[in-house]
Write a protein of this length. Structure first.
Length: 369
């Protein structure tokens, strides 16, 4: 199992690689390998130098090591398509890649809808990833939307196998809070008033400004607060909050513990998910696992993942988002969405996803001759 460079601290991909290991372990001996942090350990390096020197670890030293070792493995599974160039170090028929999304590739090809402006290095890297995705014998996609992007942007090589295998929950989320202990400080972070929740980074494609506009649409007399669990406010966020005097109605919780995040899902009036583009959208099913209704945008993989257990709106339609917030004040509407969320979750059961991966990946195509 090839994981991500530890210094990049991509937590969702770290958890995903560990999840894949748990899927394979009943069937095979699994080794999780990652590009070692070597060059960037040098003392006194400024942050910018550390960022670019990391490419020596990731694109030069680790591929040399992997090329020497890959033939000794029955299967090499690259857990993140962002490392697809490692497929050049592996026998194609014994290599599989999981593709999460091609949003960065879309941005590199000039697609403005993903709200990202790549650097020259980023564009070059996406071309390398594109070439790498044509190399392995099999590619799994976490959503049909990601597979559609692959077919449009990359195209399959001859004989390459494909499967859409959605993510399962990568951590336990539940409605019962009895066994979850919060510190006194964490308890103080939970608003006493009704609140709407957003979970994730501050990347422009997450569309946080929609949620801030939503508070204005709901009006000054609205009881709702807005909680962002994830990255700190961007300068654009801070400017908007100050200009519209929303400081007392908006809270950000950085690096929320798993227990606190579970509490927030369970207590929120709704999860807001107005993203402009996604490859999957873990918070959608995390919220549903906690009995939290979802209000989400209609783009990319989001309707596919949320299923019938969400209220939808176009990602810039503030009025419809506000209408959905009010609709969830009706107990019957709320109960219906929670029931449908419980049904929708069955598609993402870890045992179902584990069987799908092991069936797809451990077929005879991937066994050494």
């Amino acid at each position: 199992m090839v994981g991500n460079y530890p210094a990049d601290q991509q937590q969702s991909m770290i958890r995903f690689a560990q999840l894949l290991v748990s899927f394979y372990e009943p069937h095979a001996q699994v080794h999780l390998i990652q590009p070692p942090v070597l060059i960037t350990r040098l003392p006194g390096l400024p942050a910018v130098a550390r960022k670019y020197l990391a490419y020596i670890d990731k694109l030069l030293l680790f591929p040399l090591w992997l090329a020497l070792r890959a033939r000794s493995y029955q299967l090499v599974h690259i857990a993140d398509h962002g490392n697809a160039y490692y497929a050049f170090c592996c026998p194609p028929k014994r290599c599989i890649v999981t593709c999460h999304d091609l949003l960065a590739m879309r941005a590199a090809m000039g697609d403005p809808s993903v709200a990202c402006e790549p650097s020259a290095i980023g564009i070059w890297l996406q071309r390398l990833i594109m070439a790498g995705l044509r190399r392995p014998g099999a590619v799994a996609f976490v959503s049909q939307a990601s597979f559609n992007d692959f077919r449009r942007l990359v195209g399959a090589s001859s004989g390459q196998r494909h499967a859409v295998i959605p993510n399962s929950l990568n951590a336990p989320f539940r409605v019962d809070l009895a066994d979850l202990d919060l510190t006194a400080e964490e308890q103080r972070l939970i608003p006493a008033e009704p609140f709407l929740l957003m979970v994730g980074s501050g990347h422009p494609r997450k569309n946080r400004l929609l949620a801030l506009h939503l508070l204005l649409e709901l009006g000054a007399g609205s009881p709702y607060r807005l909680v962002f669990a994830g990255a700190p406010f961007t300068p654009a966020d801070q400017s908007f909050i100050a200009e519209h005097q929303l400081t007392s109605r908006v809270h950000v919780i950085e690096r929320a513990s798993h227990a606190l995040l579970n509490y927030l899902y369970c207590l929120a009036h709704a999860l807001l998910f107005p993203s402009l583009a996604e490859g999957f959208g873990w918070p959608l099913i995390e919220a549903q696992a906690c009995g939290c209704p979802v209000i989400a945008s209609t783009t990319t993989s989001i309707p596919e993942v949320a299923g019938e257990a969400a209220l939808f709106a176009e990602p810039h339609d503030v009025a419809t988002f506000a209408s959905h917030v009010r609709a969830l004040e009706d107990p019957a509407t709320r109960a219906r969405l929670i029931r449908q969320g419980d049904i929708n979750l069955r598609r993402f059961d870890s045992e179902v996803i584990s069987r799908a991966y092991t069936t797809f990946a451990l077929q005879p195509h991937h066994r050494p001759a």
